[in-house]
Unconditional design. Structure first.
Length: 320
């Protein structure tokens, strides 16, 4: 690893903006968020004062040392190695789990929302709404404990984590696939059901609103089938608020299931962020928050593209 900047050197503007953003996120995560989350009696003002004094002492004793390296996110004091290596250990698994849960949420919520809108005030509407509210109202960690206890009482197996000891020792084999899928089903249900109710109620309300509009009545009067009216006209307009929330969904699933991940022993990014905040590992916490910000930007871009594809009014407004 070659040092490219001295402490008195000034990087170029693009690099300077990246370093400044990382530093701001690190300060917010390690200095302000720690007293707020842990609640150990230290106020935010005292934390900022301590960080400022520590910075002055650090600059006073290391004024002649080179501290910034190219592509280096810093050193993790909690794990005793480079921050990026800690992030990469769990990044791909975290993204895979997050995307699968996101697909599960939308794949389950959209059909149920459409059914509830087409069968308003029916028994099915009340039943699905009841289960949706139960999934949202039940804490994720409590639901995880209930499911794992039920599996243990019925099968005698303890499903903690995505990989068993045999999988870690021998690698993934075909005979381990059923057990691996069973282990994946637990976080899928626990974390996935927490966001289904909001999507169901949003789709249901938007579908009912679109079904009462004039273009829907005109299409029905011209003899269009109910399936065409539902999926070609009403659904495309009803998906606008759902697609708009895609950016927040990526960020929430990436780090919003920290307690559930600890309970289920999942090797994802949430517990790493919590450990970094508790130990005030500012470089690891700041880099994790930076990745979350990137996910928000990617999700916003994808949601804008999807909105332009779903709603012709957005495309025509852009052209005009």
């Amino acid at each position: 690893m070659n040092l490219v900047f001295d402490i008195k050197d000034k990087p170029k503007l693009p690099q300077l903006l990246v370093f400044a953003l990382q530093q701001v996120l690190a300060i917010l995560a390690a200095t302000i968020a720690v007293p707020t989350i842990i609640g150990n009696g230290m106020s935010q003002s005292a934390a900022l004062f301590g960080a400022g004094v520590g910075t002055l002492v650090y600059q006073g004793f290391t004024a002649d040392q080179e501290i910034i390296t190219e592509g280096d996110f810093g050193y993790s004091f909690e794990y005793g190695r480079d921050v990026w290596s800690v992030i990469m250990d769990r990044l791909y698994l975290t993204l895979a789990v997050s995307l699968i849960i996101l697909i599960f949420q939308y794949g389950v919520s959209l059909p149920i929302g459409i059914y509830c809108a087409n069968h308003q005030y029916s028994a099915g509407d009340y039943i699905w709404s009841f289960f949706g509210f139960i999934g949202t109202a039940t804490p994720n960690f409590l639901l995880a404990i209930i499911i794992m206890y039920y599996i243990y009482m019925t099968t005698g197996n303890v499903y903690l984590g995505l990989f068993s000891t045999e999988m870690l020792q021998n690698g993934m084999r075909w005979e381990y696939v059923p057990e691996f899928l069973g282990r994946c089903a637990i976080p899928l249900i626990v974390i996935g059901t927490s966001g289904t109710c909001g999507i169901i109620r949003t789709v249901r309300a938007q579908m009912l609103d679109e079904q009462a509009r004039q273009y829907t009545l005109c299409a029905r009067a011209k003899g269009c089938s109910e399936a065409t009216i539902t999926y070609k006209y009403c659904l495309r307009a009803a998906l606008n608020p759902v697609v708009s929330g895609l950016a927040g969904s990526l960020r929430t699933i990436f780090s919003g299931s920290t307690v559930s991940a600890i309970v289920m022993n999942l090797a994802i990014q949430g517990p790493v962020l919590l450990a970094a905040l508790k130990s005030q590992d500012m470089y690891l916490a700041g880099t994790t928050v930076l990745i979350q910000a990137v996910l928000v930007l990617v999700g916003t871009l994808l949601s804008d593209i999807a909105l332009a594809w779903l709603d012709p009014r957005i495309r025509f407004a852009e052209r005009s």
